[in-house]
Design a protein around this ligand. Structure first.
Ligand code: PRP
Ligand code: MN
Ligand code: MG
Length: 194
């Protein structure tokens, strides 16, 4: 185990087994449909790579990169598109692939924006969902695991851009982010952390 990790929440094997189950379920639900897997950069990259290979259907993959405005203590919910999809989605069944739902603001924004592009259907698949209060509930259609409101990294999830390459998901030691308090948001920009 990495020395900065206090506890492993999900091993590589547990993650892979759960993804196989999700893949089977999605394969059944989307049979005969024109599917677009929409991954969010950068956190969802390992997840979408493994999940796509667990789905036995013809499908397209595209990515969006979005970044939150504002500082880490104020969740404004204002999101900027850094990279958009390549084409229209009005003839596609879109399945958003996210690594984690934390405040829910990223997904709330994304869903709002994508609905206005009139996809044939729009659903959400998230690997992790934090058990925490939210202003807006996020309707997750496919969920890997519910997790406690702890600071997690690995399997795509970063702290200041690091730890994405860990094959498991773990809780980061508080000493790593210098203090006993948890950082506000694991995905505030590096500039805010350095
Ligand atoms: C993280 C994570 C989710 C989002 C969840 O992404 O990968 O996309 O935050 O947080 P929320 O529910 O509070 O909006 P981040 O913005 O850190 O970008 P990254 O994927 O490049 O790390
Ligand atoms: Mn992300
Ligand atoms: Mg991040």
């Amino acid at each position: 185990m990495h020395e900065d990790i206090a506890e492993v929440l999900f091993t590589e094997k547990q993650i892979q087994e759960r993804i196989q189950e999700l893949g089977r379920q999605i394969t059944e639900d989307y049979r005969g449909k024109n599917v677009l897997l929409l991954g969010t950069l950068k956190g969802a990259v390992p997840f979408i790579a493994d999940l796509a290979r667990a789905i036995e259907l013809p499908l397209e993959i595209d990515y969006m990169a979005i970044s939150s405005y504002g500082n880490s203590t104020q969740s404004s919910g204002i999101v900027r598109i850094v990279k958009d999809l390549e084409g229209p989605i009005d003839n596609k069944h879109v399945l958003i692939i996210e690594d984690i739902i934390d405040s829910g603001l990223t997904l709330a924004y994304l869903v709002d924006m994508l609905k206005r592009r009139n996809p044939l259907s729009l659903r959400i698949c998230a690997l992790l969902d934090k058990e925490r209060p939210r202003a807006k509930t996020v309707p997750v259609d496919y969920l890997g695991f519910s997790i406690p409101d702890k600071f997690v990294v690995g399997y795509g999830l970063d702290y200041a851009q690091y730890y994405r390459n860990l094959p498991y998901i773990g809780i980061l030691k508080p000493s790593v982010y210098g203090g006993t308090e948890e950082p506000e948001k694991e995905h505030s920009s590096p500039a805010e952390k350095r």
